[in-house]
Design a protein around this ligand. Structure first.
Ligand code: HEM
Length: 493
C-alpha cells in the first residue's frame, strides 16, 4: 500500500517536473519548493527574484509547478478582467484561522471566484473615487493630529526621530478613522499601542514562507489538531481587535447610539453592517471579513509607499525643491493643508507619487494565479492547466525596456514624458495588482499619499541624518525604517 502511494506521488512529481521542463530556472527549483521558501526566509526575496530573472529571462521556474513571469506585456493575460484565472493556494495561507470557524476568506484572499463576486460587489461602490473623496475631512483630521505631535515633540528642537514610524502611525490612524471612527492612539502616544502594528507584521511575515508551500500550511496552521498542540492560530490577534470593534459598535447601536462619525454620520463599519442587514444572503462573517481587509490590506501598504516617497524626496533634495516649488506656485492653496482639488492634477507631485508606487510595491512576492484547464500560451510558451504562474510587482516595476535603464533608482522625471509613454508605463505598474482582483482601496491610498506628502513638505524642512540608515525587509509586506530626521517648521507654514 505504502509502496503504491509512494509510487503514485513519485510518478506525479515526475509528471509535474516533465510538464515544465522547457522553462529555465535554478536547478533545485525544478524538483522542490525549498529554494523559494529559503528566498523568502531571507526577507530579501524580491532581490533573489530579480536576480533570477536577470539570469534566466522573463519566464523562470521558481518551483516544480510555479513559474514567475517578468514581462509587463503579459499582465492582461495573467490578470484578466474576466473570471477563470483564479488565485492560487498562496492566498489561502493568508487567511486567518480559528478552530471554531476554520479559515476566514476575505475579498483579498478568497480563491473562490463566485464567493469573491458575492462579497466584493456590495462594498465596491464604497471604494469608488467619488465616495473616497467624501473621506477627505477624515484624512485632514488625522494630518492635524500628526502635525500637532510633530510640532510639539520635534519641531525646532534638534531632536532626531524616525519619520518612518510616524508615517506608519498616520496610515493606521487614517484607516482606523475611516473604518471605525476611532483613532488607535498611535499618534497621540507616539508608539505602537497594544503591539497592534507588530502583531500585523508578525502575522504577515510568519505567513510569508508558508505562501510558497501552501500544502504544509494547510496541515501546520489550519488543522484543529496542530493548532491545539501549538496553542495558537494564525491571525488570532488581529481578528481579536476587529471582533472587539464590531462588538463595541453593536453594543452602541443596541443602546441607541449613532453609527460612528463617518461620512454622512456613517463610517465604513456602519456601512458594512447596513449592507448585511439589507442582504441576508451574505455570509454571516462578511462584516468581519470586510473590516479585517481594511485593517490588514489598507494601512501597512499605504504606509510603505509614503515612506518610500518621503525618503526619496529627502535623499534627493533637488526633487524635493522642485516639488515644493510646484506646490507653492500652483495658486492659492487651501489652509491649513492643500485640498485634494488643489493638488490632484499637479504633474510633478503625481510623478513623485507614481515613482514611489513603482519603486516600492508593498506586496512583494509574485501574485500567483492558476492556469485554467486546457492551458495557455504566454510569450510563445505553453503552460499546462494547473500550472501556478505569477508576477512579482518588484520585478515588473523595474522592467528596463519599459521604465528605462535607470529603473532601479528614483527618477520622477520618468513620468514627465509623452502621454503615450506615460500610459504605457502606468499600464506596466503592478503595485496595485491588475484585472479582476485589482486593489479596491487604491483611490484611498492615492488620496492619503498626495495629501500627506504635500502637507509635510509645505509645513516642514526635514534634515535627513544619514540616507544609509534607511532599511527595508520583505515579509510578503514590506517594512522600512531608518528615515531619521530632525525638523524645522517653515516660516511660511
Ligand atoms: C499603496 C497602498 C496599497 C497597495 C500598494 C495595495 C496593493 C494591493 C494589491 C497588489 C492587491 C491585489 C493583490 C493580488 O492580486 O493578489 C490589492 C487588493 C486589495 N486591496 Fe489594496 N493596496 C493598497 C491600499 C489599499 C487600501 C487603502 C485598501 C482599503 C481600505 C485596500 C484594499 C484592498 C482590497 C479589499 C483588495 C482585494 C481586491 C480583490 O481581490 O478584489 N488596499 N491591494
Amino acid at each position: 500500500m505504502d509502496f503504491w502511494r509512494w509510487g503514485s506521488s513519485g510518478a506525479q512529481a515526475i509528471l509535474v517536473y516533465w510538464r515544465l521542463r522547457h522553462i529555465p530556472g535554478p536547478f533545485w527549483a525544478k524538483f522542490s519548493d525549498v529554494q523559494r521558501v529559503l528566498w523568502v526566509t531571507t526577507r530579501n526575496a524580491h532581490v533573489f527574484h530579480q536576480r533570477a530573472h536577470e539570469r534566466y529571462g522573463d519566464a523562470v521556474r521558481f518551483g516544480p509547478n510555479m513559474v514567475s513571469l517578468a514581462d509587463p506585456a503579459w499582465i492582461p493575460t495573467v490578470y484578466p478582467i474576466r473570471p477563470g484565472f483564479p488565485k492560487s493556494n498562496f492566498y489561502r495561507t493568508l487567511m486567518p484561522y480559528t478552530r471554531s470557524g476554520g479559515a476566514l476568506p476575505a475579498v483579498f484572499n478568497t480563491r473562490d471566484e463566485e464567493l469573491h463576486k458575492k462579497i466584493k460587489s456590495p462594498i465596491a461602490p464604497l471604494f469608488s473615487l467619488s465616495n473616497t473623496l467624501r473621506l477627505e475631512p477624515f484624512v485632514d483630521r488625522t494630518i492635524d493630529v500628526m502635525t500637532a505631535q510633530i510640532d510639539r515633540r520635534f519641531a525646532d528642537k534638534d531632536v532626531t526621530f524616525d519619520l518612518a514610524n510616524w508615517l506608519q502611525f498616520f496610515a493606521f490612524e487614517v484607516m482606523g478613522t475611516l473604518t471605525f471612527s476611532k483613532r488607535y492612539g498611535f499618534l497621540e502616544e507616539g508608539r505602537d499601542i497594544n503591539n497592534m502594528l507588530s502583531t500585523i507584521w508578525d502575522y504577515m511575515s510568519t505567513a510569508a514562507p508558508y505562501t510558497q508551500i501552501p500544502w504544509f500550511d494547510e496541515f501546520w496552521n489550519k488543522t484543529a489538531l496542530m493548532t491545539s498542540i501549538k496553542g495558537k492560530t494564525t491571525g488570532m490577534g488581529i481578528l481579536g481587535y476587529v471582533g472587539r470593534f464590531i462588538a463595541e459598535r453593536k453594543e452602541a447601536q443596541a443602546a441607541g447610539g449613532k453609527n460612528g462619525d463617518g461620512p454622512g454620520d456613517r463610517d465604513m463599519l456602519s456601512q458594512f453592517m447596513e449592507l448585511t442587514e439589507k442582504n441576508p444572503s451574505l455570509p454571516p462573517w462578511a462584516v468581519t471579513a470586510w473590516t479585517f481587509s481594511n485593517v490588514i490590506a489598507g494601512s501597512d501598504s499605504t504606509a510603505a509607499v509614503m515612506k518610500e516617497v518621503m525618503y526619496n524626496l529627502l535623499a534627493h533634495p533637488d526633487t524635493l525643491k522642485r516639488l515644493r516649488a510646484e506646490l507653492l506656485e500652483s495658486g492659492p492653496l487651501s489652509k491649513p493643508y492643500p485640498s485634494w482639488k488643489d493638488i490632484c492634477d499637479l504633474p510633478y507631485l503625481d510623478a513623485c507619487v507614481q515613482e514611489g508606487v513603482r519603486l516600492h510595491p508593498p506586496f512583494c512576492l509574485p501574485l500567483e494565479r492558476v492556469v485554467p484547464e486546457g492551458g495557455i500560451m504566454i510569450g510563445g510558451r505553453f503552460y499546462p492547466g494547473g500550472t501556478v504562474v505569477g508576477m512579482s510587482p518588484h520585478v515588473i516595476n523595474r522592467h528596463k525596456p519599459t521604465f528605462g535603464e535607470d529603473a532601479d533608482v528614483w527618477n520622477p522625471d520618468r513620468w514627465m514624458v509623452s502621454k503615450e509613454l506615460r500610459k504605457k508605463r502606468e499600464d506596466a505598474i503592478l503595485t496595485f495588482g491588475s484585472g479582476r482582483r485589482v486593489c479596491l482601496g487604491r483611490h484611498i491610498a492615492m488620496l492619503e499619499l498626495k495629501k500627506i506628502v504635500s502637507a509635510l513638505i509645505l509645513r516642514y524642512d526635514f534634515d535627513l541624518v544619514d540616507p544609509k540608515r534607511y532599511w527595508k525587509e520583505n515579509g510578503w509586506f514590506f517594512r522600512q525604517g531608518g528615515i531619521d530626521v530632525t525638523v524645522k517648521k517653515r516660516v511660511e507654514a
